[in-house]
Design a protein around this ligand. Structure first.
Ligand SMILES: O=C(O)CCC(=O)C(=O)O
Ligand SMILES: [Fe+2]
Length: 328
């Protein structure tokens, strides 16, 4: 029988990857998961992960922490206002960031956090952009301890995904390890109030954007509202799946794979009347000065990849300036 060729269809849903076998001592089992990651990265650039080893209580606790913080009186939140930080850390009122630079500002409310570097850290001394210390709020009680425990788990998961990423590109599993001694971490707590009727034209919770770094590990609550652009340019939902994270690939991965892996546009619109949505994205990358360049396994024969090498931190700092309107 002749099977007439028709082009493959763009993804209509986002795949779910079971990380369980990737913790096995058996390299073949780990490679099996890496292959799932490879397919998801080429097709959609987004995937859910389950069996990641982060306890459910921690997921629930982190979302509860976000709600408890945003529930505080405005005066309390302003004590840690991002305006008091020289490295974009702290409370961000709605309307401060514009992720889609052609649209009005995002409606989301946020709390920004990153590597907590003391004033004598070499990066801080050297004035490296976006490096410094966090603003830890006094309330809700236990905020810092809860968030720091969460960050520790995100480091574990982030390093693990980088090992799978390396395997998925047919590179040694430890390919990224030298960059992951002191990973670059940026995190957020986010609140999306229901879409207001008086929003401006094309003003939504988070405007369409691609993420800037290597990987994003997103915890979302049960409300929903995250949407992803697939290879056909259609927007598909990334509905909540209990117990999972959504992982997506950022702009660095295009450089790394010479465009083979996708870094998708995504956006958030909370159209659930009367229900707030909370999410906790973690942006996890190799260290600030790590040079991202095309992996040898994907290097074109002429030795000239389409995407020039870039350093992780420099690119991310540029994007902070751009999306917060601080560009010169
Ligand atoms: O809140 C979400 O679900 C996504 C947030 C996001 O895309 C981001 O902060 O980069
Ligand atoms: Fe994003």
């Amino acid at each position: 029988m002749m099977i007439i060729y028709t082009p493959p269809k763009a993804a209509e849903s986002i795949p779910l990857i079971d990380l369980g076998p990737s913790f096995s001592g058996d390299l073949q089992a780990r490679k099996g998961v890496a292959w799932e990651l490879h397919k998801a990265a080429v097709d959609t650039g987004f995937f859910y992960i389950e069996n990641h080893g982060v306890p459910q209580e921690m997921l629930d606790g982190q979302l509860a922490l976000a709600k408890a913080f945003f529930d505080l009186p405005l005066a309390e939140k302003h004590k840690v206002d991002v305006a008091k930080s020289n490295c974009t850390r702290g409370y961000e009122a709605p309307g401060l960031q514009t992720l889609d630079d052609g649209s009005p500002p995002d409606l989301k409310e946020g709390f920004l956090i990153g590597n907590d570097l003391a004033s004598d850290h070499p990066y801080v001394v050297a004035g490296v952009p976006n490096c410094g210390s966090n603003q830890w709020p006094d309330k809700p009680e236990g905020f810092r301890a809860t968030y720091e425990a969460y960050i520790e788990e995100m480091f574990r998961v982030g390093r693990h995904i980088h090992r799978l990423l390396a395997l998925s590109l047919d590179m040694p599993e430890d390919y990224f390890d030298e960059g992951l001694v002191e990973p670059l971490f940026n995190g957020r707590l986010l609140k999306y109030a229901p879409q207001p009727e008086n929003a401006a034209f094309n003003q939504i919770g988070a405007g369409a954007h691609t993420d800037w770094g290597m990987i994003t590990i997103l915890l979302q609550d049960s409300v929903g509202g995250l949407e992803v652009e697939n290879a056909d340019g259609d927007w598909i939902a990334a509905p909540p799946i209990p117990g999972t994270f959504v992982v997506n690939l950022g702009e660095m991965v295009r450089v790394l794979t010479n465009g083979l892996y996708r870094s998708n546009m995504h956006r958030v619109l909370n159209n659930h009347s009367g229900v707030d949505r909370y999410s906790v994205p973690t942006f996890f990358d190799p260290n600030y000065f790590y040079e991202v360049k095309c992996v040898p396994s994907l290097m074109p024969e002429n030795g000239k990849p389409d995407f020039p090498p870039t350093t992780v931190g420099g690119h991310i700092a540029d994007m902070y300036r751009k999306t917060y309107g601080l560009a010169a």
